[in-house]
Design a protein around this ligand. Structure first.
Ligand code: SF4
Ligand code: SF4
Length: 473
């Protein structure tokens, strides 16, 4: 009966969620973390630790040639360094750290790690050393360019709205971290004294935000409609600047930062604390009120599920991200990274009976696309490896918002086909390698090595130097 209902249900309605758990839960340190040494197309870190080393929370374990650092999110012993799959990239080197009760680095010890006097570094260099991707530099494929090659910042957009319709971290932090965010706005004004600061907030929080932050930023309310929150549409509109999808905001004098990253920036500038914990929203169609968690970077999806008493077996698919832009994971042992904003849990009844059926030329994908792309044509060329032909239809204008795939009655993987077109044009050989490396991931073996996972699932903090799971709210 469920399957019959699924066949006749209307297509294409973006999930909506109006309520969530207002408390933020903080996980105790898990038994192990897996910390990737690369972010897709962004930063490549050279490992600074070896197998058998003792590391402490906040210790630098990898550094890029431009000075970006990645830090250990727990204290423990380095057990292995091998390539793994993460939520957004394959075959990325990662450091496996087994927890022990050695104390975290003190603020003095954190700054002693840097070869030169930390206080003499520029703020941007200090942020890089503390693992913060500052809005003054350019993450993504442009990371090789230094910040002083770009024009002066004329507009800073602070995101107080999560793009995904089931994510609520930014909205929660606006209310819970009001004072610290104000200090963040003051920091932004120091960085770009002539810059205009705009804070986006959900429509219903406009009055609150004007009272709380109106002195420091212009407030712009966004509707709860997903199409009105797509960042690559919102930022050019608010800043009054034409910015192609293929170029970084910074190239046009615009800086963008989320509320969460602004809080990380305050921790780094005021106290020299590195970015080692991540906020996530855990949602799904059968989760009435999504959860917000703060977890050490490198925690596995399975650990989060066990902590929330959610049985992985009940879900056919776990997406890292949200329902619109999330990526389905092949294993729940995938580690969470600095770019994981949530988990979306799908039951079998939500998975289409068949996927990637023949396109019926209904035109829904093109009608819903904010860039008005001929999505069906790009998809058809891409699935036959005809990337050169697909490029004639401007896939580079795609925001990767996921709307086309969501409304397609043939359940075609349109966004994935567009991403392949953008990424693998002229590089079809690399695509073959991507498939081949899947069997080599050590995640299952590592999990078996830590067979006492049940203990950590109960939130047990024995052996941890941090308090057991806490609730803030
Ligand atoms: S993901 Fe689809 S709907 Fe969204 S911009 Fe790209 S082609 Fe258009
Ligand atoms: S790709 Fe899907 S939505 Fe687009 S025209 Fe074909 S069947 Fe319709």
């Amino acid at each position: 009966m469920k399957r019959i209902k699924q066949l006749i249900k209307p297509l294409g309605s973006v999930p909506v969620c109006k309520e969530w758990q207002t408390e933020i839960m903080e996980l105790a340190d898990p038994v192990y973390v897996i910390i990737p040494l690369e972010y897709p197309g962004q930063i490549f870190y050279k490992p600074l630790v070896s197998i058998g080393d003792q590391v402490r929370r906040y210790q630098v374990i990898g550094r890029s040639k431009l000075g970006h650092c990645v830090h250990s999110s727990i204290s423990g012993i380095v057990k292995d360094i091998l390539p793994v799959w993460t939520a957004r990239i394959f075959n990325v080197p990662a450091v496996l750290i087994q927890r022990n009760n050695v104390p975290a680095l003190t603020p003095e010890e954190i700054s002693e790690q840097f070869q030169q006097d930390h206080s003499t570094l520029s703020t941007v260099k200090r942020l890089k050393a503390l693992g913060i991707i500052s809005p003054w530099t350019t993450p993504g494929q442009f990371h090789h360019e230094e910040e002083d090659t770009f024009p002066e910042v004329h507009t800073i957009v602070v995101k107080g709205v999560n793009e995904e319709p089931t994510h609520f971290v930014c909205e929660s932090l606006l209310k819970m971290e009001r004072e610290k965010l104000i200090r963040g706005f003051q920091q932004l004004a120091n960085f770009a004294p002539r810059g205009r600061i705009i804070l986006t907030v959900p429509d219903h929080l406009t009055t609150f935000a004007r009272d709380a932050f109106g002195k420091y930023a212009e407030i712009s309310g966004l509707s709860s409609e997903y199409k009105d929150r797509i960042e690559r549409v919102v930022v050019p509109r608010l800043s009054g600047t034409d910015i192609a999808n293929t170029e970084p905001y910074r190239a046009r004098g615009v800086a963008v930062i989320s509320c969460e990253n602004l809080l990380n920036l305050v921790d780094a500038v005021e106290d020299g604390i590195p970015f080692v914990d991540k906020y996530l929203t855990i949602s799904g169609t059968e989760i009435d009120r999504p959860f917000i968690l703060k977890v050490p970077i490198g925690t596995t999806l399975r650990h989060v599920m066990k902590f929330l008493h959610l049985n992985t077996q009940n879900y056919s698919r776990i997406l890292v991200g949200g329902p619109m832009k999330g990526i389905a994971m092949y294993t729940d042992l995938t580690p969470l990274t600095k770019t994981s904003h949530g988990m979306y849990l799908m039951k079998e009844s939500e998975i289409p009976l068949e996927v990637n059926l023949t396109c019926i030329n209904c035109g829904r994908c093109t009608r819903v696309c904010p860039s008005r792309l001929q999505v069906h044509l790009i998809g058809r060329y891409a699935e036959h490896n005809m990337f050169i032909d697909a490029m004639d239809f401007n896939p580079q204008l795609c925001h990767e918002c996921g709307l086309c795939g969501y409304v397609c009655p043939a359940h075609r993987p349109l966004v994935q086909l567009i991403k392949m077109t953008k990424k693998y044009i002229g590089k079809q050989d690399e695509y073959v390698q991507q498939v081949e490396c899947s069997s080599k991931s050590p995640l299952e073996r590592w999990e078996l090595d830590f067979h006492n996972a049940d203990i950590m699932a109960a939130g047990d903090a024995s052996g941890s130097n941090r308090e057991p799971a806490q609730i803030r709210g």
